[in-house]
Design a protein around this ligand. Structure first.
Ligand code: ZN
Length: 491
């Protein structure tokens, strides 16, 4: 185990706190996963990459991490979890598919996108539809405790009663009177005692094709329930971290807290973490703006708002260039800047691999590694880590140009710095800016050609030397002669 000096911002306490896990050496972490009725878009990439970075860092510190990221495949509706038709069911009905075909189709595509973004798979990826029995049991507990009531075959959480005994709104900082004044009356609300009450179980309308038997009706569980149920099933009644996008804080996570307290008398989560949102040209992503750009469209450049394709690593780097709690505005200019920065970073990494050690270093290296750990410990300050790596890059570049020398020991230190911070923790696949190109198999071959060219030059065989250089250039390689020898990269 490494020393743990990690501070994370706890949305519930509204302050950065030292991270202390419940069980020594182990971390339980739950993150709200995707709803699988459509392709993943930029809004999905940010929580996935944010919590992937946290997952990587906790593992790096030596923790055994159980990371649960759920799949929402029942009962989640865009505007209101309590009424209307389930989106998966609707898609299945319109396209004449079995609902599970819709789920599997989009889940496969989601996994493909995540792999392209170098997001590690979670430890457990439970489906809401696979935990109906557990959710029914959870509802029974809340009913037994008196915080829910049955009405016309549905079961609702009694928010007013809960708020008398506990505090509904503590996570989002809302108060119940204000919420009541702002609540619109929606279909199905006459079944509820109070418009703020949310469904734990919903009786299915006859046209609803995804439904399960329960003591109350043929129906389906409310959306908020799946995360309480599956989080506690796989991580225990009390666990360390619950993450998700800021848009889930209310009502989703607020309702999760209420459910846990109602069912078991205490909260389940120690640290609530929320990543901020991505806007597109200053606007929220939304159907009405027609600015939902899917990840696939980013990768192939096919959306009309895009002036070019962007590789998955550019998207990842772009997201990590901002701290996860700040807002990020997407624009072509911002992504092009990220692309340039990533190219610069990859060049630095490649030069570092080719540096020839000198007897002694002519410069004293600052403790870049300590600076990076300090940044990671400060609530995952990834933009600071990137800034430190660019600082280190300045020294690497001047060593390449022959202006300073570096000892073998210092070169090893720098290699370790980049391998841990850039590759392992930020999860950047270096040398694969195009997303799929892996340079490894070529490296030996190109280095061999470089050696042949060097021998040719020494023998003043300019024809061979130029032939190799020109041929490689045609094939898309840059060959540059520097004081320290030859350097090459992909154009
Ligand atoms: Zn959730």
């Amino acid at each position: 185990m490494k020393d743990n000096n990690l501070f994370i911002y706890n949305s519930l306490a509204r302050v950065k706190q030292p991270f202390k896990p419940i069980h020594d050496g182990h971390v339980g972490m739950y993150v709200c996963g995707p709803t699988v009725y459509g392709d993943a878009h930029l809004g999905h990439a940010r929580p996935a990459i944010t919590f992937d970075t946290l997952f990587r860092y906790l593992k790096h510190l030596g923790y055994k991490v159980r990371y649960v990221r759920n799949i929402t495949d029942v009962g989640h509706l865009e505007h209101d979890a309590d009424s209307g038709e389930d989106k998966i069911a609707k898609k299945a009905r319109l396209e004449q598919l079995e609902p599970m075909e819709v789920v599997q189709f989009y889940l496969n595509r989601y996994h493909k996108d995540m792999e392209a973004l170098n997001v590690l798979p979670p430890s457990i990826e439970p489906h809401a539809s696979g935990h109906i029995i557990e959710q029914i049991e959870y509802i029974k507990k809340i009913l037994d405790e008196g915080y829910a009531y049955e009405s016309c075959g549905s079961v609702y959480f009694d928010v007013e009663k809960y708020n008398r005994d506990h505090n509904y709104g503590k996570l989002s900082g809302r108060n119940i009177e204000e919420m009541q004044n702002n609540t619109r009356t929606l279909d199905g609300q006459e079944e509820k005692r109070n418009p703020l009450d949310f469904a734990l179980w919903k009786k299915a309308a006859p046209e609803h094709i995804m439904h399960w038997p329960s003591p109350w009706s043929e129906g389906f569980p409310g959306w908020h329930l799946e995360c309480s149920t599956m989080g506690e099933k796989y991580l225990g009644e009390k666990f360390d971290i619950h993450g998700g996008g800021l848009d889930l804080m209310f009502p989703h996570h607020e309702c999760e807290i209420a459910q846990s307290v109602a069912a078991q008398g205490h909260e389940a989560v120690n640290y609530w973490m929320h990543n901020n949102m991505i806007t597109i040209a200053g606007k929220k992503m939304g159907k009405s703006y027609n600015n939902f750009i899917t990840l696939e469209q980013f990768f192939n450049g096919s959306h009309p708002l895009l002036t070019q394709p962007y590789s998955p690593m550019v998207i990842r780097f772009f997201i990590l260039m901002a701290q996860y709690r700040s807002t990020v505005d997407f624009s072509n200019e911002a992504l092009q800047a990220a692309e340039k920065a990533l190219q610069k970073m990859s060049d630095i990494y490649r030069r570092l691999q080719n540096l020839k050690p000198a007897e002694k270093s002519s410069v004293e290296l600052p403790d870049f590694m300590a600076q990076c750990y300090e940044a990671m410990d400060d609530d995952l300050n990834t933009p600071m880590v990137i800034a430190v790596l660019f600082e280190a890059g300045k020294i690497i570049n001047s060593a390449t140009d022959g202006n300073v020398t570096l000892s073998a020991e210092d070169i090893d230190k720098l290699k370790k710095l980049f391998d841990i911070m850039l590759v392992e923790l930020l999860g950047i696949r270096v040398g694969s800016e195009e997303g799929t190109a892996d340079l490894k198999p070529y490296e030996g071959a190109v280095d061999l050609l470089m050696d042949i060219r060097k021998n040719a030059k020494e023998a003043k065989d300019w024809t061979t030397s130029d032939l190799i250089r020109n041929k490689l250039s045609e094939l898309g390689f840059n060959v540059k002669d520097t004081k320290n020898g030859v350097e090459w990269s992909l154009k």
